[in-house]
Design a protein around this ligand. Structure first.
Ligand SMILES: [Zn+2]
Length: 390
């Protein structure tokens, strides 16, 4: 398909930007375009607004089920740069490039309309709510997706800061797992002149912040991280010694077991501090992302596809990216790999207001994903996953 056609498609998706979990028009737009490419089946409403389409080998030639994934959602960043295809949704824009990832998969769909897979089944999956970490798990739990029996799963993400067209991947931990912890503390309010008659969470909040940020063992500094992202004590007033406080923190690790330990220790620290200060404490976990763990064989296929496409496979600078991606929840259905496609060393960063997807990546991405899918279709069904040790 001509590059210009894909660029126009990408920009229409950009203008349609919708927030996580509310991708109705984007999903309908995608489903209509997939149907035009004559798939064997289309699934809608997967784990929310997810859409998938499958193409089968002629005469059902046996082979594995290969899934390529893109994301439907935009992010809560306003469109402040002048673009002819600017987002029409206030406060929401495609500042992560998911519009570009979707356009790439639609490019693959158009190739499949002309040449079906040589064996097995190729599934193009458009997943909702990636940014909140809810979408991949919801799609993975959908019995209709499970019934497809995915063997090999792949997704790419454009990566500003890396040479345009470089392909970044590595076996093992690729992106950190993370979990958001919301800690609510409750004591008793009093007049600010008589704080001793109440029970303010003030000291508990300061102790909690110290305890949380110093939680990762020093030896694990590069692999574990706790960031306090928000703290609130009482109301912005001078007359009251407050009763309530809330602290939000994001915990990260490049290993699911290490993350589970970090979560247990953070919860225990919060409860102990609340108890010491005579405060009620409630904890909730939100936006939980498992570690994206790249299967070695799947990773080797990505590197081979990159070389065949004339691109340069490279290892990312970070041992595991500290950002999180919910692809891990999908990859666990079979064997999979997430990889980066360099968007240009000076391209504005993901989630920055100045960011817009680099359209030059569209033909590169289509070619790479198509080659990768065809290589994976030649593999035997994935079978048991190798053990995850770092
Ligand atoms: Zn993204």
């Amino acid at each position: 398909m001509a590059e210009r056609g894909l660029v126009a498609l990408r920009r229409r998706l950009h203008a349609l930007a919708e927030p996580s979990g509310a991708e109705t028009r984007t999903a309908a737009f995608i489903a209509a375009r997939l149907r035009a490419c004559r798939p064997a089946l289309v699934l809608e409403g997967l784990g929310g607004h997810g859409v998938a389409a499958a193409w089968d080998a002629p005469a059902g030639t046996a082979g594995p089920v290969v899934v390529l994934r893109a994301e439907l959602d935009a992010v809560a960043v306003p469109e402040t740069i002048a673009l002819p295809h600017a987002s029409r949704t206030g406060g929401i824009a495609h500042k992560c490039g998911h519009d570009g990832h979707m356009a790439m998969l639609l490019g693959v769909a158009r190739r499949l309309a002309k040449v079906p897979p040589p064996q097995g089944r190729l599934v193009l999956l458009f997943q909702p709510a990636e940014e909140t970490g809810a979408g991949a798990a919801a799609v993975a739990a959908d019995p209709r997706l499970r019934a497809l029996g995915p063997d090999w799963l792949f997704a790419l993400h454009n990566l500003p800061g890396y040479a345009e067209g470089s392909v970044l991947t590595r076996p093992g931990a690729f992106a950190a797992g993370s979990a958001g912890l919301r800690i609510s503390l409750r004591g008793r309010s009093a007049h600010a002149a008589q704080p001793d008659r109440g029970r303010s969470p003030d000291l508990a909040v300061s102790e909690l912040i110290m305890a949380l940020v110093t939680l990762p063992p020093r030896a694990a500094a590069a692999r574990e991280l706790v960031t306090v992202t928000h703290a609130r004590l009482g109301e912005p007033a001078f007359g009251v010694a407050p009763a309530q406080a809330e602290v939000l923190a994001t915990l990260r690790a490049d290993d699911d077991r290490a993350l589970a330990t970090l979560r247990r220790r953070a919860a225990a620290a919060a409860r102990a501090i609340a108890r010491r200060h005579g405060l009620a404490c409630s904890l909730s976990w939100e936006e939980v992302f498992p570690v994206v763990w790249n299967d070695p064989t799947a990773t080797a296929l990505v590197r081979r596809a990159a070389r065949e496409a004339g691109l340069r496979p490279a290892r990312p600078r970070e041992s595991a990216f500290r950002w999180s991606e919910d692809f891990g929840a999908l990859a666990n259905l079979g064997r999979g790999a997430l990889f980066g496609l360099g968007a240009g060393r000076r391209h504005p960063g993901l989630h920055a207001e100045r960011y817009d997807f680099n359209d030059a990546l569209l033909p590169t991405g289509v070619d790479l994903l198509y080659r990768l899918a065809r290589l994976a279709l030649q593999e035997p069904p994935a079978g048991a996953r190798p053990s995850r040790t770092r």
